[in-house]
Design a protein around this ligand. Sequence first.
Ligand SMILES: Cc1cc2nc3c(=O)[nH]c(=O)nc-3n(C[C@H](O)[C@H](O)[C@H](O)COP(=O)(O)OP(=O)(O)OC[C@H]3O[C@@H](n4cnc5c(N)ncnc54)[C@H](O)[C@@H]3O)c2cc1C
Length: 414
Amino acid sequence: MIEQAAAHFDGAFISAASLLAFEVMRSQPMRGGKAIIVGGSVGGLFIGVLLQREGWSIDIYERSPSGLEGKGAGLVPQQEVADILREIDRGDVMRAGVSAHERIFLDRNGDISGRLKAPQSQMSWDLLFKAWRDEVLSQSYHLGSGVASITTAQSHAEVHLSDGSIHRAELVIGADGIGSVVRAMVAPGSKPRYAGYAAFRGLSPERELSKQSADVVSDRFTFYDLPDTQFLGYTVAGADGSTKPGARRYNWVWYRQLTPDQFAQALEANDGERRAFSAARGTLSTSTQEELRAAARANLPTVLSEIVTREKCPFLQGIFDFEAPVMYRGRVVLLGDAAFVVRPHTAMGVAKAAADAMELRDALVEEASIDAALYRYSAKRMIAGSLIVRYGQRLGERLQMHAPDRAPELYGEE
Ligand SMILES: Cc1cc2nc3c(=O)[nH]c(=O)nc-3n(C[C@H](O)[C@H](O)[C@H](O)COP(=O)(O)OP(=O)(O)OC[C@H]3O[C@@H](n4cnc5c(N)ncnc54)[C@H](O)[C@@H]3O)c2cc1C
């Protein structure tokens, strides 16, 4: 009886002691280590800069040889974007947005059939990118550095670049977007699913809009809806950040249903390169551009078709859904679009990457070990990512209602 009581007391004592030890460890925040970030877009920069400010040594490997400057369009910034900009004292980027004072809905003639007083600010992706790129030293940001594969061990991971070099760090962060190579290692076999429609997009200098179009759309968030198609547009700052009327740009998005075959064909660029998810500005083939302009003339009100037909460099973004079944393996972790791809209707892509970065930083600073931090980060951000994916699917349902069958083998369906 006494022995039993002693054993019981002993056990209680041991678990209290280990609890105490755990709490002591938790209260001793981790010192910064070395992190490699794959992907030098906004997600990679968010986490790179936040970790750098916590004393981590970082290296960002970006596949693009020329950099991402000037390659973005527009976005509607959410609270998370304001929060993360405040972390680096760059609230001014939020203020460089262009405000739309109302939402307008057009009819087939281009007349305003509905109005909603919903003032909203729109931001240029380029300005956001630049604010974060400026925070990283050139020697830590490696252009033309495509990552080919990743390996992980218990206390480190290795990044294998296409040029054959191998780089080791205590933590590797995959911020390499929708076609993530890092994800192939963390969650093998998981792939984004094509949703049956795509967004043709443009970013036209405001002064190139016709007077008729500008009079209707300027400083307004404009929508034109049909059952299986949607056009929307808004004004963003000029490439130099100017918000002066005439110096700004008009960002437009036209969602259209495309079968998987039509989508694959639309992605076939003039350079013959086969892309899987999108065709950046300057790569859309002549025939796809001609088809787009003809479709605009046939289907959109003149005030909008003129915007599309005058656009010199339209680009194309397929609409995909993706939810990572796991967010980390060993010392390799996913962030941003590499982990969850959300539809653009949510306006949450950049906000989600910002929230991922702030949560990963917090976990790494507050937890006693990298392993504990990755567990905590993944537990929180898996739920958030899934909810945003579902939200985007609900918003996109109307556009998908008549969506043609998808091709499983091409678009990652099981
Ligand atoms: C040039 C560009 C312009 C964009 N413009 C807009 C916009 O105007 N509005 C908007 O809402 N969203 C835009 N996006 C998308 C937006 O950034 C993402 O949806 C979201 O913010 C999540 O960002 P991310 O960093 O996770 O992914 P992404 O922004 O997609 O970035 C992934 C990065 O990883 C790089 N990469 C991919 N594979 C490798 C590899 N193997 N090795 C090294 N690097 C690799 C890519 O080149 C890319 O720079 C843009 C993305 C890019 C890349």
